[in-house]
Design a protein around this ligand. Structure first.
Ligand SMILES: Nc1ncnc2c1ncn2[C@@H]1O[C@H](COP(=O)(O)OP(=O)(O)OP(=O)(O)O)[C@@H](O)[C@H]1O
Ligand SMILES: [Mg+2]
Length: 374
């Protein structure tokens, strides 16, 4: 029998993760040398190609500083910035394939809309005919073609914002940085522009890094959100991750309304200070005896028709606040411990007719909706 040759073992194909559009590798910024206060502290983030990524956090938490470091307007004091796999730390803005839309539109008042949009291309020496088609395409995209000859002073806020966007996008940047671009608009226009901006981003497929301090805006627009606090990223995930599964008390309270009830955790229950024990409904990942905050979203607490398997607590109705489609009930669980409960005002669930205050009620929640936060 001839010796049989043993085939080499099959090598499983190695999945090569795609290069992120933006990689922040332990990026820090201290404005005053030697000082201990960091505007941004060791931020590590990968932003994927084509992603709508938001930096969200309260005023002063470092959003603009981080964005400026991606754009090259501010140099980090530590760490590096990579764009499409290339280390660009220290490179000036014009050597990065990135454009920025600032909060103040910074349009050239003496130029028409079309010339505003064409400005960057002219400076780069792009041929005239190409400029004409690219500007026309871009004005179509932001639905301003009919106003191409107008001056910025004659436009509304939302229209100016769209010119600023067109002016940045016409350069075909790999990444577009937007610093609170909708902040100057009134609420209705803002909602409208949110939808438009998201549509435009989907259509052109450019990576957006979007700064906002408005949670609703971040939740409705983003593929992923980095929640920032005091120069750090507290949590990074999909809108659902950060809203439904906040990892910290800060994220839970910053992302919309949450009931945060302080107490001590032991064996699946949290004992409130000077108050009753509340069942969590599941074992938390903190050691017994830990000081914790119990976090439950107002819309996740039930006031009627409780189901078997729900965690339950007794309380007293202290206030009923009607606000159109919803009503908020403030329920006192113990002296000084009140939770709010949000109910949709469907025919079935309108209880304000029944409750004016002072009634004893039983509230309930599904175990998975009650988080124990350190
Ligand atoms: N040029 C600067 N020199 C010194 N300190 C600065 C400078 N720019 C920002 N800071 C400080 O760095 C911190 C972060 O500021 P940054 O502008 O990044 O915050 P932000 O999250 O964008 O806030 P906002 O929502 O108010 O725009 C703040 O404490 C701010 O005072
Ligand atoms: Mg800012």
């Amino acid at each position: 029998m001839p010796p049989t040759s043993v085939p080499p073992p099959a090598v499983p194909p190695v999945a090569v993760p795609p290069t992120p559009a933006v990689r922040l590798d332990r990026v820090s910024k201290r404005y005053a040398a030697g000082q201990d206060t960091y505007a941004v502290r060791e931020v590590e983030l990968d932003i994927a190609q084509g992603e709508f990524f938001s930096l969200l956090g309260p005023s002063g938490c470092g959003k603009t500083t981080l964005l400026r470091m991606i754009g090259g307007f501010t140099d980090p004091t530590g760490g590096s910035v990579l764009l499409d796999g290339q280390d660009v730390t220290g490179l000036p803005p014009d050597q990065r394939n990135v454009n920025t839309v600032f909060q103040s539109y910074a349009l050239f008042e003496h130029l028409s809309l079309a010339d505003n949009v064409a400005f960057g291309l002219k400076r780069k020496g792009v041929p005239r005919a190409e400029i004409r088609t690219r500007v026309a395409d871009m004005l179509d995209l932001v639905q301003l073609a009919h106003l191409a000859g107008r001056r910025p002073a004659t436009l509304s806020g939302g229209q100016k914002q769209r010119v600023a966007l067109a002016r940045a996008l016409v350069n075909r940047p790999q990444v577009l940085l937007l610093d609170e671009p909708l902040a100057a608009l009134d609420l209705k226009l803002r909602r409208h522009m949110q939808v438009e901006l998201k549509q435009i981003q989907r259509e052109i497929g450019i990576t957006f890094v979007f700064v906002t301090h408005d949670q609703d805006e971040a939740l409705t627009m983003s593929d992923r959100i980095a929640v920032m606090n005091d120069g750090r990223v507290e949590q990074c995930g999909t809108p659902e991750d950060v809203y439904e599964r906040p990892a910290t008390t800060f994220t839970a309270s910053f992302m919309g309304t949450s009931n945060l009830v302080p107490g001590t955790y032991r064996d699946g229950r949290v004992t409130l200070d000077d108050g009753p024990e509340l069942p969590v409904g599941h074992r938390a990942s903190v050691p017994d005896g830990s000081r914790v905050n119990l976090s439950i979203r107002p819309e996740k607490i039930w006031l009627s028709d409780l189901e078997p398997g729900m965690a339950r607590a007794a309380g007293i109705v202290r206030e009923t606040v009607y606000s159109g489609p919803t009503t908020t009930y403030l329920i006192e669980l113990a002296p000084g411990v009140t939770v709010s409960v949000l109910e949709q005002n469907t025919d079935r669930s309108r209880m304000e007719d029944r409750w004016s205050g002072g009634e004893r009620v039983e509230i309930g929640w599904k175990p998975e909706h009650c988080l124990v936060l350190d």
